[in-house]
Design a protein around this ligand. Sequence first.
Ligand code: G3I
Length: 318
Amino acid sequence: DAALRVHAQARGKFIGTALATSPLANETAYRNIAAGEFNQITAENAMKWSDTEPNDNQYTFSGADQIVNFATANNQQVHGHTLVWHNQTPGWVQGLSATNMRAAMNEHIATVVGRYANNPTVVSWDVVNEVFEENGSFRSSFWYNTLGSGFIADAFRAARAADPDARLCINDYNVEGINAKSTAMYNLVSQLRSQNVPVDCVGFQSHLSTQYGFPNDLQQNLQRFANLGVQVRITELDVRIQGSRTSAKDTQQATYYTNVVNACLAVTACAGVTIWGFTDKYSWVPDTFPGEGFALIYDNNYSQKPSYTAVHNALDNG
Ligand code: G3I
């Protein structure tokens, strides 16, 4: 049957995956699935600050370009991830004074976004990532603690200046359901837009776990953001399970995938769904949550799992 990207395109949505540079360079099976099944790509790590500007004003775009060139060759779009984050940002940034940190941020955004501004493959960016705590207050990061919340508007304005045509997103996790964190995000996006700060899009990472249940108000939550006039998207979907696979756990996981795809399909302003990788072989989950894993749609040997069928069938008939 047809690939995921064929069905997604027919529904007017993207189906994306995050890619890692090493297997992309070294494994044919990885490359073939990445090329064949998806029409949108996010660099899992290669566009982050520590990869692109490890030292002040010394840029390395080899990984980022590898991802972008692969996408171009396979008629895929790239979603840039991520410009301003508290993780994977070098120590030299974190120790700067407010004046110098603001300048470094603006310069980094101008350089990274500017590099791809005239490249039609790169269409959107996560401008700021994970700026909230779970209770909805601003995250106590070096960005916030040095610059206050104004760094968020500054970052969006710098990105717009660097590429007036790119779609600019704010992205976070645990904002899939209606809760304190997603409501803080909602209020921020509403406020920024009323101040003409160029926020075009909200990304819902969707790192789900069968342990915590499905956010059944996902569609309603996406819709309330859409009603602010922004595009919404699922940006980093995975569904981790506890322990080893069983057919019951596979089935439950598949249901979560179905529900996420259906929620996006039901919301006109939802542009698509990106899965955070595709093979369990390279998922971030076991490194971060020991004893959990098997979160993706292909197993360690590149065989399709029930979760693949779930995504496929939801895009086909959902
Ligand atoms: O590249 C180095 C390698 O040289 C070194 O030998 C090795 C030893 O630890 O580390 C390698 O870097 C790792 C990097 O992934 C590339 O594999 C880092 O340790 C590791 O921390 C890093 O993890 C990434 C994580 O972000 C870091 O925060 C994951 O791959 C990536 O999937 C994950 O993605 C994030 C999103 O960007 C934002 N949302 C949450 C999501 C999951 O945490």
